[in-house]
Design a protein around this ligand. Structure first.
Ligand code: BGC
Length: 349
């Protein structure tokens, strides 16, 4: 079968390869891939900056944002032939650490977790894949191919859960949230904020294109320019860019007792001229909390499924602004200024 493979840490190594059928060792559920979303992590892997091949192999099958249809499932499995499903990305470490042992693999403590399409385990960007029943999540059939948004939504569902936990350290009744970045993660974080009845503000640098309209149509407010000018003292900031200056601005301008949740991964190598003392002083005197958030466990996928089911399908459809057939995968990995979520279609229905 065909699969998009890459040699991790080698730029320009991606190719459409002929690979063996999915190994039985991956699990008894056989899934036909409908589409795969491409995100910043894939771009990093393709650029040679990130990723790990499976042990003893040179190439890794890419793809971790999936939507597929079950072809085979064992009797008694929670999914059956014909179900629309998404594969969970991370697998617990084999030790397992205390968190992986209780299925909180998104908080793996020893770094020995694996991630499909990212770290030491083939991804889902092949015509078919296999998986164990406990790592497959059923998607509302009404979502169709838009179920490809479940994985990125799971990442923000976890971020919101972290905000709740940290905010809940004291009386917590948040009213305003600032989301930095109007990419898919920022927009999906904003969606959940609106669903929670919050006053949502989204900051991005694009002044034209689809992003301002997507934010407004959600019932949120779109801003360009500086964090300080977007909204005064938000209770929550969800940082979705990884841009170091925005991270610091978020920490400086969040409201008293506020929570900053960092979801964007910075590239590093940038040194900022910073008054660390002033930042420390305001964080201490204002009880500011900054928390990082990565990945998602099964609970977050389930919360994401609820959020997507409650969203306007027409709005979700506008998020997926480009669909590229697998044979033309190169077009999918070249981002245009107006791209939000680009997906590669594998077995379109
Ligand atoms: C994925 C996460 C993963 C992270 C780091 C993200 O793009 O959505 O599941 O944990 O990359 O590898």
């Amino acid at each position: 079968m065909k699969a998009l493979t890459v040699i991790p840490l080698k730029a320009g190594s991606a190719e459409l390869s002929d690979v063996d059928d999915p190994p039985e060792t991956d699990g008894p559920v056989l899934v036909e891939t409908l589409a795969i979303g491409i995100c910043g992590t894939d771009a990093e892997i393709l650029s040679g900056a990130y990723g790990w091949p499976p042990p003893g192999r040179e190439r890794l099958v890419l793809g971790h944002e999936s939507i597929g249809r079950v072809l085979e499932a064992p009797d008694g499995a929670p999914v059956k032939k014909g179900d629309l499903v998404v594969g969970i990305v991370r697998r617990p470490d084999p030790v397992p650490c205390a968190n992986c042992a209780v299925l909180e693999w998104d908080f793996c403590r020893n770094g020995q977790y694996t991630e499909r399409g990212i770290k030491q385990h083939d991804g889902y960007l092949s015509e078919r894949y296999r998986i164990t029943p406990d790592f497959v999540v059923k998607v509302n059939p009404a979502l169709g191919i838009l179920g490809v948004l479940l994985e990125p939504t799971s990442v923000v569902a976890k971020a919101w859960e972290e905000v709740d936990h940290v905010g809940g350290r004291a009386h917590w009744d948040p009213k305003t949230v600032l989301v930095t970045g109007a990419g898919p993660i920022g927009l999906l974080a904003a969606l959940i904020g609106v669903q929670r009845g919050l006053d949502v503000h989204v900051l991005d640098q694009m002044t034209t294109g689809v992003k301002p309209d997507l934010v407004r149509d959600l019932g949120a407010t779109y801003h360009t320019g500086a964090v300080a000018d977007a909204v005064p003292g938000p209770d929550v900031v969800i940082e979705c860019t990884g841009v170091a200056s925005l991270v610091l601005d978020a920490m400086t301008h969040v409201g008293i007792g506020g929570v900053v949740c960092l979801t964007g991964v910075s590239s590093g190598g940038h040194t900022l001229n910073l008054d660390e003392g002033a930042l420390n002083r305001s964080m201490v005197l204002e009880n500011v909390a900054v928390v990082g958030s990565v990945n998602a466990n099964r609970r977050h996928y389930e919360a994401a499924a609820v959020a997507l089911a409650a969203a306007d399908p027409a709005w979700l459809a506008r998020l997926v602004n480009r669909r590229v057939p697998l044979a033309q995968w190169q077009e999918a990995v070249q981002r245009g200024p107006d791209d939000v979520k680009v997906i590669i279609t594998v077995n379109p229905e």
